[in-house]
Write a protein that binds this ligand. Structure first.
Ligand SMILES: Nc1nc2c(c(=O)[nH]1)N[C@H]1C(S)=C(S)[C@@H](COP(=O)(O)O)O[C@H]1N2
Ligand SMILES: [Mo]
Length: 319
């Protein structure tokens, strides 16, 4: 193994000892708890080597957190991706053969550069950056994930929306032949999400194409998915095939499913509880089965960057 000077080591290359130790504890606890939550093989062994591909030329970001990263295996085996099943382990199991290449993305609506692009051409003009972000699911668990992504603000500037473009809407692929979950009506397919143009062009918002310096695994939304770190995880729509610039607020999947539980904004907010559970605290995945939950932060801790977007807006009504 190459020995690097400490200053050359990216945060995501450092194996966290606490996480490693907690993992061992988790495996032991798992044997007396439930088999469904049992840990998989050793760190990094869970995705076949043939499918793991390094990404070159990744820059760093001032927006990255230095919190302890979740290990690779947690990030790729504990997922929400209802197109591949509703269990946390289903996407890992059922998305292995999903064809995430070749891939194309259609841009339509109120913009100059509308059209259908090959995935590779679509991302080529933009700088790849590692963005280590907290991700807070509306279900009250969280992770710290080293994404590789491109700035959505850069993408939008390039596509030249006009003044009618007040929102950006996104859609996931609809293909029940490949996505077994779409043969059931667990959601109104295709999965849809949206942001205001101000949210979409905030410097924190990215399109992710990788994790841990490697190509994004299918279960995490390959080849390209949205990441909006101050919002609940469900805003981070996976495997995007359409991006539309629109005048009116778009319909979004979880909001359509239960508008009293999942708002359009879906900003992380410890003071506004889900009707069925508290949002005050969260369980950091990998911290050990018996670890205390930690406090959830307003805007998931990204208030400095985004609070101004919601000035004068009642966040209890606009949750
Ligand atoms: N198309 C699609 N995108 C989706 C989902 C989904 O079911 N389908 N689940 C969302 C939810 S609820 C969360 S918490 C995150 C999970 O991302 P991860 O599995 O990469 O951690 O993806 C979001 N994006
Ligand atoms: Mo979620």
């Amino acid at each position: 193994m190459l020995i690097k000077k400490p200053t050359d080591i990216r945060p995501s290359e450092i194996t966290s000892k606490t996480n490693y130790l907690n993992r061992r504890e988790f495996i032991r606890a798992g044997s007396i708890a439930s088999a469904a939550t049992m840990a998989g093989p050793a760190v990094g062994a869970i995705v076949p080597d043939a499918r793991r591909e390094k990404i070159d030329g990744i820059g760093t970001s001032r927006f990255s957190t230095d919190e302890t990263l979740n290990i690779y295996d947690d990030i790729v085996t504990y997922n929400n991706y209802y197109e591949f099943g509703t269990g946390k382990g289903d996407p890992y199991k059922n998305a292995q053969k999903f064809r995430s290449r070749p891939w194309s993305i259609t841009v339509d609506g109120e913009a100059e550069k509308i059209g259908t692009y090959h995935f590779e051409d679509f991302i080529k003009p933009f700088d790849l950056e590692e963005r280590i972000y907290r991700m807070r699911c509306v279900e009250a668990w969280s992770m710290v994930i080293p994404w590789v992504g491109i700035s959505l603000a850069d993408v939008i500037k390039h596509l030249q929306p006009n003044s009618k473009a007040r929102y950006v809407a996104f859609e996931t692929l609809h293909d029940p032949s490949q996505m077994p979950g779409q043969r059931r009506r667990s959601l109104n397919w295709p999965y849809r999400e949206g942001l205001t143009i101000e949210e979409a062009t905030n410097p924190l918002t990215i399109f992710a194409v990788g994790i841990y310096g490697e190509v994004l695994p299918n279960q995490n939304g390959a080849p390209i998915r949205l990441i909006v770190p101050w919002k609940y995880g469900f805003k981070g729509i996976k495997s995007i095939v359409r991006m539309s610039f629109v005048e009116k607020r778009p319909k979004t999947s979880w909001n359509m499913a239960a508008s009293n539980e999942y708002g359009f904004f879906a900003n992380v907010n410890p003071e506004v509880n889900h009707p069925r559970w508290s949002q005050a605290r969260e369980r950091r995945i990998g911290s050990g089965l018996f670890a205390r939950k930690q406090a959830t932060l307003m805007f998931n801790g990204y208030g400095e960057q985004v609070a101004h977007l919601y000035e004068g807006i009642d966040l209890r009504r606009n949750f």
